[in-house]
Design a protein around this ligand. Structure first.
Ligand SMILES: Nc1ncnc2c1ncn2[C@@H]1O[C@H](COP(=O)(O)OP(=O)(O)O)[C@@H](O)[C@H]1O
Ligand SMILES: [Mg+2]
Length: 288
């Protein structure tokens, strides 16, 4: 993989004072080719948006493939990718950059957003509603037709090159009045919703991700279907594709399937003992 194609995620740790935010290679293993099964027409939408310099918002529940999709598209469009995991301590300076003190005095250090603009890369703000509103304001001049990033501290104004793209994701399920995105921000993006995959696709993902055989993959997807029906009743969120991949990984590694399902598909969803028992019954009914 050449550096032009490299996927370089940066996560901003939730540590208040940030002593520099140099590009960190995250634990992700780089693959020659990122495995992604499209759910609908999201690949075409993303490509239209990229080529027409429009920012994209990806909505969907946790673990439904938002991050995987962005990584796949970055590779497909041969852009570097800067990923920022948003949290409520994230400041505008964490995105844009700040002056740091080094051996030779102070120097300016670009944040991931600035770096993506300079390089013509994709900047992906994961769970953008977690970021404070004053942080998202720095996105505004980048998301209209000016496509500029003013760096107040250095007096520079950067013009985003054609290769730059801003992508944000969020989970509408977590939205509340305090955290909802303002219309003035959300109406700057073209948007697409990713949801739970059709069973056939989810089976293919489990096989593709873990190498599990198709009989087990189908069984796990059937279990997920039964568990997802219970969403809204007792659970905040239904079992995600990510958790199914975990279950398949554990079974593939030789773990007892019931234990694997409890550990990956039940316990992460709830702390309520009664709900855990009810979900375990669903598993037992399917595994017999
Ligand atoms: N469409 C897909 N194609 C391939 N793998 C997928 C897909 N959707 C989900 N996955 C699997 O589910 C996991 C979680 O997806 P991720 O993109 O991290 O979810 P999100 O960012 O929406 O929380 C991925 O690591 C991958 O194993
Ligand atoms: Mg994600």
């Amino acid at each position: 993989m050449t550096s032009r194609h490299a996927v370089r995620p940066i996560s901003i740790p939730n540590t208040g004072a940030m002593a520099g935010h140099a590009a960190q290679a995250s634990g992700e293993t780089e693959r020659e080719s990122i495995f992604y099964k499209p759910q609908g027409r999201e690949v075409a939408l993303f490509e239209y948006a990229f080529h027409n310099r429009l920012p994209v918002m990806i909505k969907g529940p946790t673990g439904c493939g938002k991050t995987r999709f962005v990584r796949y598209m970055a590779e497909r469009l041969a852009r570097s990718l800067y990923t920022v995991a948003c949290h409520d301590d994230l400041t505008a300076a964490d995105l844009v950059g700040r002056h740091l003190i080094g051996a030779e005095g102070t120097f300016w250090s670009d944040g991931p957003l600035t770096r993506a603009v300079r390089e013509g890369a994709i900047c992906y703000l994961d769970e953008v509603v977690e970021a404070r509103k004053d942080t998202t304001v720095v996105l505004h001049p980048l998301t209209d037709d000016r496509r500029i990033l003013p760096l107040e501290r250095t007096g520079e104004t950067l013009q985003a090159p054609p290769g730059f793209m801003l992508v944000v994701s969020y989970n509408p399920g977590y939205q509340n009045l305090l955290k909802g995105m303002k219309p003035s921000t959300r109406q700057r993006f073209v948007a697409v919703t990713l949801g739970f995959l059709a069973p056939r696709l989810e089976v293919a993902i489990l096989i593709g991700e873990t190498g599990i055989d198709s009989a087990w993959a189908e069984l796990l997807v059937r279990i997920a279907g039964s568990l997802r029906v219970l969403k809204d009743h007792d659970l905040e969120e239904g079992v995600s594709t990510r958790l199914l991949v975990y279950a398949a990984t554990l079974i593939q590694a030789g773990m007892d399937p019931r234990d694997a399902c409890l550990a990956a598909l039940v316990e992460p969803l709830t702390d309520d003992a009664e709900t855990i028992a009810a979900l375990a019954e669903v598993i037992d009914a399917t595994l017999v």
